[in-house]
Design a protein around this ligand. Structure first.
Ligand SMILES: Nc1nc2c(ncn2[C@@H]2O[C@H](COP(=O)(O)OP(=O)(O)OP(=O)(O)O)[C@@H](O)[C@H]2O)c(=O)[nH]1
Ligand SMILES: [Mg+2]
Length: 283
């Protein structure tokens, strides 16, 4: 079990000592205070996935939330490294998984496959998409793709210190309204915005009424018909598969990774997998 780490400075600005033990459900874990657990706890209340383009600060956010003692291994059957850790916040235990950096979830690389499978079939309670505030246009496609999969999303608008230096300001409230999910400005390297990010993660993890996934608007009735028919067949072949519509769309686009998963029957295995557990293999 991980030893408690020094107060990371992302709790509320009080002088209270950090919780005495690593147990998130212990009475000492006061609401609103982060306690980094490092190694992933066996039992957890919520699973958080960290997604984002390469080099946007995912691991910096991950390290700030979990501390230095991490569980690092490979995604099962892949040479892509997988880091996971834990923290407690507001009396709940969180497990957080750092996904490989990807520009999209459209299966053009092993990294994208891993990230896509984890989000699509691992069903995390919250997906934090870490975006680069200095390159928003380049980062938003992934946010939109994740939003099509789930409403339980928090956007960490990171590198706002860099953006500021370049004279870029982003209207986070407007962006949040457009995306339908919280957008939190962060400068993760300095710890700025992390208390607000934690609050948004907790709110999204615990809400009974998350935003709906973004619907893809199709104006072509023939395409709509094809998607609906194929989604119904996907559901019939793989009962309980999440996001059958998304799978159907990818099939229509000829996504080789999804085609292979359907052909080999592994889509069904992934559908039956417990949240982000079966993708494990971390040693
Ligand atoms: N100025 C500034 N630098 C940051 C911030 N967050 C992260 N960085 C730096 O950006 C670089 C990349 O950060 P990482 O956390 O490794 O990014 P990543 O998204 O995990 O990268 P990949 O895993 O390669 O996709 C590092 O040099 C960080 O120190 C920030 O908010 N401001
Ligand atoms: Mg990283």
């Amino acid at each position: 079990m991980a030893a408690p780490l020094p107060s990371p400075g992302v709790g509320p600005p009080d002088d209270a000592p950090p919780a005495a033990g690593p147990c998130g459900s212990c009475a000492q874990a006061s609401p609103g205070r982060l306690q980094r657990l490092g190694l992933a706890p066996g039992r957890h209340d919520h699973v958080v996935a960290l997604a984002g383009n390469p080099n946007t600060g995912k691991s910096t956010v991950f390290n700030a939330l979990t501390g230095l003692r991490q569980h690092v291994g490979n995604w099962s059957g892949k040479t892509v490294s997988r880091a996971e850790g834990g923290f407690t916040y507001g009396g709940a235990k969180y497990r957080i998984v750092d996904l490989p950096g990807t520009y999209s979830l459209l299966s053009t690389s092993t990294d994208e496959d891993v990230a896509r499978d984890a989000l699509l079939f691992g069903r995390p309670d919250v997906t934090v998409v870490v975006v680069d505030a200095t390159r928003l246009e380049r980062n938003l496609p992934l946010v939109l793709q994740v939003r099509q999969i789930t409403g339980r999303v928090v956007v960490a608008l990171n590198l706002v210190d860099e953006a500021r230096r370049h004279g870029i300001t982003v209207d986070t409230r407007h962006l949040s309204r457009e995306l339908g999910v919280p957008v939190v400005a962060t400068a993760a390297r300095r710890g700025d915005g992390l208390p607000e990010l934690l609050a948004a993660i907790a709110g999204t993890a615990t809400t009974d009424d998350p935003p709906e996934p973004l619907a893809l608007v199709h104006h072509d009735p023939q395409l709509e018909e094809a998607v609906a028919a194929l989604a119904a067949r996907v559901e019939a072949r793989f009962p309980g598969v999440p996001n059958a519509r998304w799978v159907a769309l990818r099939l229509l686009e000829g996504d080789p990774g999804i085609e292979e998963a359907v052909r080999a029957g592994t889509l069904g295995e992934l559908a039956g997998a417990p949240p982000l557990e079966a993708a494990g293999g971390a040693a």
